[in-house]
Structures are given as C-alpha cells and as structure tokens.
Design a protein around this ligand. Structure first.
Ligand SMILES: C[S@@+](CC[C@H](N)C(=O)[O-])C[C@H]1O[C@@H](n2cnc3c(N)ncnc32)[C@H](O)[C@@H]1O
Length: 297
C-alpha cells in the first residue's frame, strides 16, 4: 500500500544508492511509490514507449494535439507531474513553455533534466515540491493511474489545484477500466506471452485495481471509469471537467500500424477521433482518457 514513510532506506540501501549519480536527489523524497512501480520504470521503457509501437505513436499524437488545444495560451509555466523521462516535457518546452517536470523515479528525472528548457525535480504527486499558485497548467499524466487508493488520487488532484494559478488548467490522463481486458483479448488472440490470467483480467474489469508484479506487460495501476475521474476532480474542487477519449476504440484495431504509417489513413483516423472524442457513450471505450478542468479565477 502506498504510504507516507518519512526518509527512506537503511545503511545497506544507501551504499547501493551511492553508486548511482542520482542517489542524492532520491534520498530527498518523502513519499514512496510501490516497489514494483518503481522497478518497472527503472527498466527505462518510457524513453521509447510512445515512439515505437503503433499504439504508443497514436497516444503521443493525440495527447499532444489535445494538450495544444486546451493549454490556456503561449509561454506558460507548465508543471508535468509524472513526466517520466520527459517525452511530453520536451515538445512543450520546444513550443515555448517553461516546463517543470516532477517524477518519483530518480533515473527518469536524471534523463529529463538533460532536456533543453526543462527543470526536472524528484517528487510525488501527493506532495508537490512547488509553491502555491505558481503554474498556468498542471499535467498529471501517470500519477492518477498509479495511485490505487481514491484518497491518494484526490490528494494528488488537490495538490495540482494548490500549485495552479487562478484560471489555470489541470489536465489528467487516466487509463480506462476497459483497457486491461481489451488488451488481454488482443494479446491472447495474437499469442503474445503474458502473465495475467483470463480470470484476473475479468476481476480487473469488475474492480479496477491491477496488481502487477511481473513486468512483462505493465505494473500496478488503477483503471477508472470516466465518471469516477470526474467525481475525483469534483472532490478536489474542480467540478464539471471536460473529458476526451485519447485513442478511442480504433486504438485497439490489430491493423493500427498500417493506418498510422499511411498519411491519408492516419489523417482520416485523427479527424474521426476529433468527431467522437467527447461523445459520452464512447469515453470509456478508449485505452486512455484526458480530463481537463479550469481552476476557478
Ligand atoms: C506511463 S508513465 C507516463 C509518462 C508520461 N507522463 C506520459 O504521459 O507518457 C507514468 C509515470 O507516472 C509516474 N508516477 C507514478 N506514481 C507517481 C506519483 N505518486 N507521483 C508522481 N508521479 C508518479 C511514474 O514514475 C511514471 O513516470
């Protein structure tokens, strides 16, 4: 269970840390993410995840398009919480925003810190290392699905609201409840080897919490229904957010790579997604969901 633990690590752990360049910043963190989540991201997969697979490329294109549309202006102070190695921070900085990235995995923060125009800090969404009212946009693209307890997710949203200026945007990506089950059906049909059983994939569909210790697919996460995300925003003082399906149901098509690789087919897909992205009956039929609120002025 995620918890407040105070300073981490005994003498043995410190010896291990001291061989790594990011050891000093890691020791400053006061919140712990679950071990398996940390171990998963320490494998380094986030550097390539959105560049290699067809699904990753569609996610990147759509998140970029949606964020460019909802960000409230140019030259903004943007906080990217759970920003990993900076896959979004990089283009946001290139677009002219002043980007601060916060992530609890020190090896990822070290990579992001090398990006031009990006300040990267070790930290946790539940206790952001940032001043009150200091950002025009706060992005949570990771924390809400890795915090498996509602209380912690609402806390992270309250923190986002605390550091956001009046009129700022708070935008969160979540994983839809149907995503694990849909992926399972596809993996099984393709014969992809994975460690989640059919019964477990149905339990996750019913209950939402994915406990994943084998790193062959993903790690521990909470999978939301869209209405639950909106309710958590409301509990953090941001009622009535807008919601957008990121990939939509076409993201699950086995032929996705052929569509993404072909310019005309890709544009046709993207235009269709713009048409259906906020249709309430389709919000949950998408791997990811983007929820966006304006902080009251
Ligand atoms: C799948 S990655 C997403 C990276 C990037 N934001 C994106 O959208 O592609 C999830 C990220 O959330 C981070 N994360 C997990 N728990 C967190 C927490 N409690 N606070 C902040 N970030 C967290 C992980 O370290 C990881 O970098």
């Amino acid at each position: 269970m995620a918890s407040i633990t105070g300073k981490r690590g005994g003498p043995g752990e410190n010896r291990w840390r001291s061989r790594r360049p990011w050891a000093r910043i890691e020791a400053m963190s006061q919140w712990e993410i679950e071990r398996e989540i940390k171990a998963y991201y320490e494998l380094g997969g986030e550097r390539e995840r959105l560049k290699s697979s067809a699904g990753g490329r569609l996610e990147f294109i759509r998140v970029q398009e949606l964020l460019r549309r909802v960000l409230p202006g140019t030259g903004l102070d943007v906080l990217d919480v759970g920003g990993a190695t900076g896959v979004h921070a990089e283009w946001l900085a290139a677009d002219g925003h002043k980007v601060t990235l916060v992530d609890p995995v020190a090896s990822q923060v070290a990579v992001a810190a090398e990006l031009p125009g990006v300040e990267a800090k070790l930290g946790d969404a539940r206790a952001l290392p940032c001043e009150d009212a200091s950002f025009d946009a706060v992005l949570l693209m990771g924390p809400l699905y890795h915090l498996t307890e509602r209380e912690h997710r609402v806390r992270a949203l309250r923190e986002a609201r605390r550091v956001a200026r009046p009129g700022a945007v708070v935008a969160a990506v979540t994983i839809n409840r149907t995503a694990g089950w849909s992926d399972w059906l596809l993996w099984n049909a393709e014969g992809t080897v994975h460690s989640i059983s059919a019964a477990e994939s149905l339990r996750v569909l019913r209950e939402g919490d994915l406990r994943f210790f084998d790193h062959d697919i993903f790690t521990t996460a909470y999978l939301h229904h869209p209405g639950d995300v909106a309710e958590e925003f409301a509990a953090a003082g941001m009622a009535g957010p807008a919601q957008y399906a990121v990939q939509g149901f076409p993201g699950y098509m086995p032929e996705l790579r052929a569509i993404i690789d072909d310019e005309e087919a890709r544009e046709h897909l993207l235009e269709g997604l713009r048409v259906i992205e906020s249709e309430p009956s389709l919000l949950g039929a998408s791997n990811h969901l983007l929820t966006v609120a304006r902080v009251p002025s």
